[in-house]
Design a protein around this ligand. Structure first.
Ligand SMILES: [Zn+2]
Length: 397
């Protein structure tokens, strides 16, 4: 559907209170019949070329306020990615929550160069699920998630999550061999369908790299707590290559994070082992940002020289941060990258309200079992004495 004319879209399943005028300062919204109707304004002219990720499109769109009709429209960077994560419902489910389907429907409205998924696209990782059941989940993902994204001409990058195909091994064998086989089969059939300019893809979908708009992306298999040793050697070779080092920016993506940020995830197996060594590897080769999922809570952080984008869940089971009592929310993050000063801006939407999450309301720091993590706008020197004294309190659940 061309976007350079007025049109109406219906977004079902959203809370009626979601779109207060405060949430949508730029566009008027009318409402009726239990659905929310949004009128598109004239701003998105020229959108017919969105998502191709080519330099000309990117240059033309940079600096413009661009977002789906009715939502806050962030200023577009030189490069824009929309980052989604943790979309699955209960084990074995072939359906997706309304927030997921709405998020997918909204994606083209941000006119990104790329959609990044930080893992957990289906709901496997249960031994009793059969090959047919796992294949049915990938079919459903294909129909409801990937097909609309590719129909909108948006390139799609993914990292494998524990619910997709955990790399956990016991006595040298994959514990979830059925999942592993199904994911390999599904994704290898889609290797060329994702519109990614691969640099290396022999390990796809588990580990691979691509370069788009002068940004080098490295994806490793963090679907369990240990990134396999051979992949670390590959990552080092890959990140030190001229292809990576000559890029204006390097971004790494894996499902598990370095730090525990949410309740119920502050234990071994839910965060990467040897995280300091892994972070040091990324820092050595000047990786700008590590994008992760799995903890189901949005938290923009930094550690050393590395920016850490912890994605919230778009699907079931959002969680709140350690040591907090906030209501958990489903989120989606627009990542704008400004190449000149290598800076990034995150615009994160609560998919329950469609309002932008106020970063100032997020914890200033999260103290977990492996250390203290600061929000990206907070420096160590900014911490009060009380904050410095804050100790890790294990979550109850
Ligand atoms: Zn996960």
């Amino acid at each position: 559907m061309p976007l350079n004319r007025r049109r109406f879209i219906v977004l079902g399943g959203l809370a009626l209170g979601a779109c207060s005028s405060a949430a949508v300062p730029r566009r008027r919204i009318a409402q009726g019949g239990g659905a929310i109707w949004r009128r598109e304004d004239e701003r998105v002219k020229g959108a017919e070329t969105w998502g191709r990720g080519d330099a000309e499109t990117t240059e033309r769109l940079a600096g413009q306020e661009i977002g789906p009709a009715g939502l806050y429209a962030p200023v577009r960077g030189d490069v824009r990615a929309v980052v989604i994560s943790d979309m699955n419902s209960r084990y074995g489910a072939t359906d997706y929550r309304a927030e997921v389907l709405t998020g997918i429907e909204l994606l083209p409205g941000w006119q990104p160069d790329l959609v990044i998924c930080a893992g957990d696209m289906i709901a496997a990782q249960k031994i009793s699920l059969t090959s047919a059941e796992v294949a049915a989940m990938w079919e459903s993902f294909d129909r409801q998630i990937l097909t609309p994204i590719r129909a909108a001409n948006l390139p799609f990058a993914l990292t494998i999550g524990n619910h997709d195909a955990s790399s956990l091994k016991r006595q040298g064998e994959y514990v979830f061999a059925v999942d592993r086989q199904a994911a390999t089969q599904y994704w290898q059939a889609h290797l060329t369908a994702l519109a990614l300019p691969y640099v290396e893809a022999t390990g796809f979908p588990y580990y691979y790299s691509f370069k788009q708009n002068d940004i080098f992306y490295l994806i490793w298999d963090a679907s369990a707590a240990d990134v396999p040793a051979e992949q670390l050697a590959w990552a080092e070779r890959s990140l030190s290559s001229p292809e990576a080092q000559s890029a204006k920016l390097r971004i790494a993506i894996g499902h598990l994070p370095f730090f525990a940020i949410s309740q119920g995830r502050d234990r071994a197996g839910e965060i990467l082992n040897h995280s300091e060594a892994l972070r040091s590897l990324l820092e050595t080769y000047r990786v700008h940002t590590y994008i992760s999922g799995h903890h189901h809570a949005y938290f923009p952080a930094h550690a050393g020289q590395l920016q850490l984008l912890h994605c919230g869940a778009l699907g079931s089971g959002p969680r709140t941060w350690l040591n907090r009592v906030d209501t958990a929310m489903q989120t989606l993050t627009v990542l704008d990258i400004f190449l000149e000063d290598a800076s990034t801006v995150y615009t994160t939407y609560s998919m329950n309200t469609l309002q932008v999450v106020d970063a100032q309301q997020l914890p200033r720091q999260i103290v977990g079992p492996t250390g203290r993590l600061l929000r990206r706008d907070v420096a160590s020197a900014d911490l009060s004495q009380a904050e410095r004294n804050q100790q890790y309190v294990p979550s109850a659940n």
